[in-house]
Design a protein around this ligand. Structure first.
Ligand SMILES: [Zn+2]
Length: 395
């Protein structure tokens, strides 16, 4: 791509980032927010208006001088679909250009009980049902972002594997689902789409160095270096749940010994708490219930959480030494429920470490509603912003 074209794209991308977060704006406001010249902003706004992305909406109030034209993102500009493929459910939401969720629905779906083909068909059926139920115009929907709990070649949408689900090996979900839905499908690993969403929500700088750590049934991390997701060669970068924390620990289903996931994931905590309480394996029991027991004074269960926190802190400290990020974001239900444990994690993290200055890194819990679903939609908008020539932005 020529330098001039690349520059034009970059300028347009900065303008779009700003207008997506504004209710209404004027050209001088965009120029100020992006640092671009008035002439550049003028030509970009004109082009976006021609593409149908912007509407004029009156004039700004001003003190004396000429009133400036106000613009806003067109209400019925294109929509995108976010889909979260989980091991026990499929969640679908439809979002507008400003990432406002128009509708959503969660469908119970046990991944292990179905063939890949059945699952892909179900994803399409659920989507059609949601569109119909909400009276949305099908032709306004332009692309689908899907996140999955495993490594993906995001350029082709091929899932390398979903651990524990042998049928999901080398599956090109983007092609298969795209054929059925008749639109572009983009697929990424859940933690990678998560860090993309965080970058948007936090309005992080374009060269941000961040880690996003997700603790759910499994544990994984999204790694962002200089504003770009670091994926590694096989999509497994950030698989911190499968780093060894207990040398003499159990064997994990990934093949390693003593993985972090066997100690600190929701799944591990539930399994250990059930064993302590003598509950049968098939009995439904949640990490919230385990936390309730712990806070109710059941020492053995409290110990499970303390151990989980300790090993999580060790792994985060190790990741820190590898990547030296400015910010670390953690999404973890049980740390959210017990802030004392979160503060303990931070203490454990720094401990006697002389290499990390306590004030230099921001560590926070992510508590965004519908995070996983929104991050699926974020895949599309992020990708589309990278390739502004695509259909999503053309009229
Ligand atoms: Zn493992």
């Amino acid at each position: 791509m020529s330098n001039a074209r690349q520059l034009k794209k970059e300028n347009m991308r900065s303008v779009i980032q700003v207008i997506r977060n504004s209710d209404a704006f004027t050209k001088p406001e965009i120029a100020q927010a992006t640092g671009l010249t008035g002439a550049t902003v003028h030509s970009i706004i004109l082009e976006l208006e021609e593409r149908g992305l912007l509407d004029k909406c009156g004039f700004s109030c001003s003190n004396g001088g000429r009133k400036a034209q106000l613009y806003k993102v067109a209400n019925d500009y294109r929509y995108v679909v976010g889909m979260a493929l989980r091991t026990n459910k499929i969640v679908i939401g439809i979002f507008d250009f400003c990432m406002k969720m128009l509708c959503e629905k969660s469908y119970e779906w046990m991944l292990g009980d179905h063939s890949v083909e059945e699952t892909v068909h179900a994803m399409n059926e659920f989507f059609l049902e949601l569109v119909e139920e909400n009276g949305l115009k099908r032709d306004k929907i332009v692309a689908v972002g899907v996140n999955v709990p495993g490594p993906v070649d995001y350029r082709t949408g091929r899932i390398f594997s979903l651990r524990g689900y042998s049928k999901w090996h080398n599956i090109n979900l983007a092609d298969e689902l795209g054929r059925l839905m008749g639109m572009r499908v983009l697929v990424d690993k859940d933690v990678n789409s998560g860090i993309l969403l965080i970058k948007q929500l936090e309005k992080s700088p374009s060269d941000a160095n961040m880690l996003y750590i997700s603790v759910e049934e499994g544990i994984g991390a999204g790694v962002m270096i200089n504003g770009e997701i670091y994926r590694g060669n096989h999509g497994v970068a950030g698989e911190i749940g499968h780093t060894t924390v207990q040398e003499n620990g159990e064997r994990c289903n990934c093949g390693n010994i003593g993985c972090l996931e066997l100690v600190s994931s929701d799944f591990a905590i539930i399994r250990k708490a059930k064993a302590i309480l003598g509950l049968p394996e098939e009995k439904k029991f949640t990490v919230e219930e385990a936390m309730e027991r712990s806070r109710g004074g059941e020492k053995d269960i409290e110990e499970v959480f303390v151990t989980a926190t300790k090993y999580l802190a060790t792994t985060i400290r190790n990741s820190f030494m590898l990547y030296d990020p400015d910010e670390i974001f953690i999404r973890c239900k049980w740390l959210e429920l017990n802030k004392k444990l979160f503060f303990k994690l931070i203490d454990d993290l720094y401990d006697e470490n002389t290499l990390i200055d306590r004030g230099n890194i921001k560590i926070s819990l992510v508590n965004e509603d519908r995070f996983v679903l929104k991050s699926a939609a974020a895949i599309v908008w992020n990708y589309e912003l990278e390739s502004l020539d695509s259909d999503t932005f053309s009229s």
